[in-house]
Design a protein around this ligand. Sequence first.
Ligand code: SPV
Ligand code: MG
Length: 558
Amino acid sequence: MTTTIGRNSQSPQTRANAEAPTKSARLKQMLLAPELAFIMEAHNGLSAKIVEEAGFSGIWASGLAMSAALGVRDNNEASWTQVLEQLEFMADATGIPILVDGDTGYGNFNNVRRLVAKLCQRGIAGVCIEDKLFPKTNSFIGEGQPLADIDEFCGRIKAGKDTQTDPDFCLVARVEALISGWSMEEALRRAEAYHEAGADAILIHSKKSDADEIVEFANKWGGKAPVVIVPTMYYRTPTDAFREAAISLIIWANHNMRASISAMRETSQRIMADQSLVGIEDNVVSVKDVFSLVGQNELAAAERRYFTAPDAGTKAIVLAASQGSKLGPLTAERPKCMVDVRGQPLLKRLVSTLNGSGVNDVSVICGYKPDTVDLPRIEKIDNPEFENTGEAASLACAADKLEGPCLLSYGDILFRPYILDALLSTDGDIVCAVDARWQGAGHRDPDRAIDAVQCTERFTGSYLEEDTVAITGFDNSPSDTRIDGEFIGLIKLSGPGATLVRNELDVMREDGTLATADLPMLLQRLVDKGVAVSALYVTGHWLDVDDALDLARMRNMV
Ligand code: SPV
Ligand code: MG
């Protein structure tokens, strides 16, 4: 029978399918099968992965190794919940069963109940508890460590077995009699009692350098329950001797922890001595290997399946290459976009307005004295030909930015934020902000040159703010041409709109018109080709800067 453990803690790479035996069932099978089985020490998620990678069918979560890895002694200095945390990482990282070194069970029967309940919840296959007293001492330290009373220890075993929520969870009872200097008879008496109390297997521990007492125990035990051994001290004994003695499971108990100490020492000492990494690079695994061990590929695949990057949002391209010579000495050392407008460069104010509406990816096309355009959070793109080219050529320098929703702005304008917000909420692919009160309502010079726009409908004052009308022309020249508004130098492009503009720039480069064209000429070409270019009417609340008077007006506006 298989069991669903409280929480599926296996990683996606290693999750067993529903029909596959659970980890606990596999550990139980290792204990019960006639063949000798092996489990290998691990002390954290990484070492657990390495054990699995090496081909072992189970993991020994060693108390000594987990303690040492945490830099503490094997004396229950790491609390049982701290151990549990390591175990959770190990179980998540692997698909093979983990037998946990549960020391003494961290106290009496009640502590064992809590421990077993939590281990079952976390998908741990089994626990080994030893018949000593809390706080424990490692078996290889000192002589004659006190043993638990047999009945009291049997109570711990029964409590664990009664508590397990996973029917195949294995409880291994560890007999410390031989370690503590007691007789073989005492060891056998204890093993018998623990088996009677419900233990799934007996771990008989020895610190002798030969396996004689282990083999004697196994022979006298006669296979009443599976026998588990830890040949750390009698490591010279050939493994076949354990097969002959009908041992069920060998625990290689601490060798990954010890190997890692050797490797880390060697590496640290070498780097310390050499003050260089050259001498060790070939002796350590590559960073790529680390990525592969922790399953980076699986994350990349999952990202492709599940993750859609949040919309990067609208970006802006600001055309700010010109010097602005009409401003005289104010632009001798800086371009027009960097003139001071009440304590801040004009461009800084423009970028703040863009940022305020969520447009944070701002590219600025620079030409005149580009080094002076020293603002944070902008990407500068040079138009080295700025002296001999116009706005279209500047925009073409940022052609690769014309992808996805995009704003185009002159670099010498300021406008109230609501104009930008209204423009951003329009639906069209190419929408220009057009001032219906272009004659200035008294505050602007009616004789100045403007970027005139003709639309299908005049502004009546009754439009809702976000309504747009089609633009039929950008015609500045004849004085008798109808003018419906003034293009203020701010355009919203949708993704398809940006592509249309980028393609038209390519055509202009081909036909030789790119160098001298301004933005209205570019837009006119699109209108002539039947592309829908629309206007969002605004009524003032923006200014551009050509001369000192404009600048004075702008300083008043902000
Ligand atoms: C451990 O690995 O923590 C063990 C085995 O308990 S031993 O250190 O050999 O006692
Ligand atoms: Mg231990």
